[in-house]
Ligand binder design. Structure first.
Ligand SMILES: Nc1ncnc2c1ncn2[C@@H]1O[C@H](COP(=O)(O)OP(=O)(O)OP(=O)(O)O)[C@@H](O)[C@H]1O
Ligand SMILES: [Mg+2]
Length: 237
């Protein structure tokens, strides 16, 4: 399978402090990769590095192009959409207005209109609440809106930062089932950062475990899921 995202020897800094110490990882075209790790391991920083939001060294290739020196805006235009931690919806705008903003890099009114239908197909609840202010949605609905807004870009790669965070188990299951559905039906590649290892390993094909800015385990999700020693010592389930 061709690599869509290929990251080599990635270092990242906040000021003088280095927090990623040379990561290698990849996302195959049409596949889901997960990056697992405890609080502070560097998961959020890794996603921010891919989007050009932190200072990095090393190489980031996306769709065959070097993107590590590009500005965030240009990375977005190449087809990378980021669902940040804490969701980042515009709380004072309606559901519909949030979705419209998600399509800001695109032209073509008919296509954008079709995308509203596509997204409301995945998330019928958002259609019911399309005129409601985003800030008044439940946590689960807000996460669905954040994912939907990213989908409005029609990205080639969706970056997801702990989408399960703070949500009830049933809502998380529903959200992950929809992500799996989108991946299969649209062939959309995803890089999923999670602390919920059990769930992420079910959705993803490839997995990396981060510890204080280093990859300590890499392999297929299946091999890691089936390795009891890894599960016990690193994943806590
Ligand atoms: N803006 C910042 N300035 C300085 N240090 C930062 C900044 N953001 C993160 N860090 C540090 O970088 C390291 C990695 O943080 P990061 O947020 O990437 O971890 P994480 O794996 O996403 O953690 P969590 O699971 O808690 O979200 C931590 O030690 C953190 O304190
Ligand atoms: Mg984080």
């Amino acid at each position: 399978m061709a690599r869509l995202l290929d990251v080599r020897a990635l270092h990242a800094h906040y000021g003088a402090t280095e927090v990623l110490h040379g990561l290698d990882f990849a996302v195959d075209e049409g596949a889901i990769t997960t990056i697992l790790g405890a609080n502070g391991a560097g998961k959020t920083t890794t996603l921010r590095a891919v989007c050009g939001m932190v200072k990095t060294q090393g190489e980031i290739h996306f769709g065959g192009q070097r993107i590590d020196a590009r500005a965030t805006e240009s990375i977005v235009r190449l087809g990378v959409a980021h669902v940040p931690d804490g969701r980042g919806t515009f709380v004072n705008l309606s559901v519909e207005e949030n979705l419209r903003l998600g399509a800001y890099t695109r032209r073509g009114k008919a296509e954008i209109a079709a995308d509203f239908d596509r997204i409301y197909g995945y998330f019928p609840l958002l259609k019911e609440r399309r005129r409601q202010q985003a800030g008044t949605l439940s946590g689960g609905e807000q996460q669905m809106l954040a994912v939907s807004r990213a989908l409005m870009l029609r990205p080639r790669l969706l970056l997801l930062d702990e989408p399960s965070f703070g949500l009830a188990p049933l809502i998380v299951q529903e959200l992950f089932a929809i992500l799996g559905d989108i991946n299969r039906s649209e062939g959309m590649s995803m890089l999923l950062v999670e602390q919920n290892a059990a769930l992420a390993l079910k959705l993803a094909q490839q997995a990396y475990l981060l510890e204080t800015g280093r990859v300590v385990i890499a392999g297929t999700a299946e091999s890691i899921r089936n390795d009891e020693a890894i599960r016990r010592s690193y994943l806590g389930y």
